[in-house]
Design a protein around this ligand. Structure first.
Ligand code: BG6
Length: 486
């Protein structure tokens, strides 16, 4: 579509920023919090960058008032944060810990008082360790019941104060990294178990939405999915077919369940042939079909490019794989032959530049993604993450001149505005992230925030909050409601 002029951003557009509990809070065992699978996983040597952990993180737990004051200064309209399940129910499915609920209620109150809309994520990867040990985590249906109990405690306490709720953050990422690549807990490399665990998470997602309808009738709820559009490398129909396979496995497999309440035909048939399909009972199918989210949360960083398929045409010159970033890791021998991986060869896109961590930078792909999602699933979209991970330098006079981040965000926001003008329905945009935070696997070297935090992998230092240039840039974007983004 081409437009002579671009539509304005909606009047009540939620200009936001995001975070996740484990990455910002610290206070890992304070006020009755139980350990999560991440508290244990980070202790395995070699799993995280320079052995970093979230025990202190950026101590948002101790600094939340200061952080919200900065949000107010910026004029932020929405703040997306996640709740640590093991603060609310320390052992996963036992007693509810009132002190945990008190913390999040205080945070929500502080946000509301400062005119920042809270957007609450129920699950951003930090499963209570007790559930992993007792039931095998997401491989057990008992974890679904535990999740329901945890959701109930939050809906009860915060259902009247929080309007926007996110169920699962990037199920596609935590399931793939946790069960295929062993790069996240529980560090498994078994695709059959991966698909089985993913099915359990789908059930938990559905149960949470079902309960939400009863308990929070005025609220809006949906999952956040890490979407990357797949491109064919060329117009060779084999490449086009490979890209279709990529879309089917990487995206539609997950999104169809959320949006249509059932697994898509092509992938399910293939998985059955390969004997790695999840077991879906008649009751499961009924549950999945009975719920629909109000919106789709979309986290957008980059897409992928496909060339033919590895089964018929294996190629050597695959995209440069990273040794440190599991999102881009080369499949190990046994994983490479795992039956459904080779449906498409992943290659580098020759038109795109990359970040310092090898992630392709593709603002137009953002518009492509939004168009595809709207066309296929026809739900309002909430951008729940988008941002640039980079190495920032603090100058002697305490400034961070992150023009590269401004450029990145500006280009993506212009494409977002074009997508809105095309007709995509967008509720809001949460940049990742508000403050700097712990990158799960890349420590504090890879920074995303509008606010610099004075700490690194080795030292906590002062934890001082220092607004970067991008902070003031976003402040102006919000003031102007994006008028000058074109
Ligand atoms: C998303 C996650 O996948 O990507 C965030 O939801 C994460 O929690 C973000 O921090 C960026 O990832 P990374 O590895 O660059 O920190």
């Amino acid at each position: 579509m081409y437009h002579k002029t671009l539509d304005a951003f909606p009047e009540k557009f939620l200009w936001g920023a995001a975070s996740a509990a484990y990455q910002v809070e610290g206070a890992w065992d304070k006020d009755g919090k139980g350990p999560s699978i991440w508290d244990d996983f980070v202790k395995i040597p070699g799993k995280t960058f320079e052995g970093t952990d979230g025990e202190v993180a950026v101590d948002h737990y101790g600094h939340y008032k200061e952080d919200v004051a900065l949000m107010k200064k910026m004029g932020l309209k929405a703040y997306r944060f996640s709740v640590a399940w093991s603060r609310i129910i320390p052992d996963g499915d036992g007693e509810v810990n009132q002190a945990g609920l008190d913390f999040y209620e205080a945070l929500v109150d502080e946000l509301i008082e400062n005119q920042v809309e809270p957007v609450l994520t129920l699950y951003h990867w930090d499963l209570p360790q007790a559930l992993q040990e007792r039931y095998g985590g997401w491989e057990s249906r008992k974890t679904v019941a535990a999740f329901k109990k945890y959701c109930q405690a939050l809906f009860e306490r915060l259902g009247k104060k929080v309007k926007y709720w996110v169920t699962m953050n990037e199920q596609n990422v935590f399931i793939s990294l946790g069960y295929r690549w062993a790069a996240h807990p529980p560090a498994v490399t078994d695709v059959k178990r991966m698909y089985a665990a993913s099915h359990i998470v789908n059930l938990a997602n559905a149960e949470a939405i079902k309960l939400f309808r009863k308990m929070v009738p005025e609220g809006l709820i949906g999952p956040s999915f890490g979407y990357g559009p797949m491109y064919p490398l060329t117009a060779d129909p084999q490449d086009v077919l490979a890209a279709e396979n990529g879309e089917a496995f990487n995206n539609d497999w997950w999104l169809s369940v959320y949006c249509f309440g059932k697994y898509p035909k092509f992938v399910m048939k293939q998985l059955k042939q390969l004997e790695i399909a999840p077991e879906v009972t008649a009751e499961d199918a009924k549950l999945l079909a009975s719920v629909k989210p109000d919106f789709l949360g979309i986290n957008y960083y980059h897409g992928g490019t496909a060339k033919t398929n590895r089964i018929e045409a294996p190629i050597e010159e695959e995209k440069e794989f990273s040794k440190t970033d599991p999102y881009l890791m080369q499949p190990k021998e046994e994983q490479a032959v795992s039956p459904e991986v080779p449906m498409f060869n992943s290659v580098a896109n020759p038109y795109l530049e990359k970040t310092d961590w090898g992630w392709e930078i593709d603002p137009v792909g953002f518009r492509v993604a939004l168009r595809r999602i709207q066309a296929r699933y026809d739900l309002p979209i909430f951008i729940t993450e988008n941002g640039l991970g980079a190495i920032d330098q603090l100058t002697a006079d305490k400034k961070v001149h992150d023009q590269y981040r401004i450029d990145y965000l500006e280009k993506h926001l212009v494409e977002l505005r074009k997508a809105i003008t095309d007709g995509v329905e967008i509720i809001g945009y949460c940049a990742w992230s508000f403050t700097d935070l712990l990158s799960w696997l890349n420590g504090y070297k890879k920074r995303y925030g509008f606010v610099y935090i004075d700490r690194d992998e080795h030292e906590e230092r002062s934890l001082e909050r220092i607004p970067k240039d991008s902070f003031y840039w976003y402040q102006k974007v919000i003031q102007e409601n994006g008028r000058n983004l074109q």
